[in-house]
Design a protein around this ligand. Structure first.
Ligand code: HEC
Length: 110
């Protein structure tokens, strides 16, 4: 009887730990994190010179690109565009994370 009760509470603890763990795993990363990990190497200061990518912070360039609309820019990011690789090579990134990264670039380029 006592053993069963202990087992039950251990099982409950295990379930709680699993729930916390899977929650942490599934949490979407911020646009800034995705950008730093996957986009900065081409869209940052040095990357933009080497890779000829529109530089983050270049207000004029992004003002023009933004006329395509956010959806189109996100679409280019997910599927690739010209020299820009699909998903910025972040194969594990979700569409929502990629969208957040585009929004981050636009935010930094106002
Ligand atoms: C390997 C280099 C590289 C990486 C990594 C990269 N980009 Fe790009 N990106 C480019 C280049 C080059 C262009 C310009 C493409 C063109 O105009 O032909 C571009 C263009 C874009 C555009 C404009 C697309 C359009 O429709 O004009 C967006 C938005 C963009 N990148 C977002 C991102 C985001 C977000 C990431 C990270 C998830 C990322 N890029 C990662 C090289 C890269």
């Amino acid at each position: 009887m006592r053993i069963t009760r202990q087992l039950k509470s251990m099982l409950a603890l295990l379930i709680v730990m699993l729930a916390i763990w899977s929650g942490a795993q599934g949490e979407a990363r911020s646009g800034e994190d995705v950008y730093d990990d996957s986009c900065a190497k081409c869209h940052g200061w040095i990357g933009s010179m080497i890779k000829d990518a529109p530089r983050t912070g270049d207000t004029e360039t992004w003002k023009v690109l933004q006329t395509k609309g956010l959806d189109e820019l996100v679409n280019s990011t997910i599927n690739g565009f010209g020299e820009m690789p699909a998903k910025g090579k972040c194969t594990e990134c979700s569409d929502a994370e990629l969208k957040a990264a585009v929004e981050y670039i636009l935010e930094e380029s106002r």
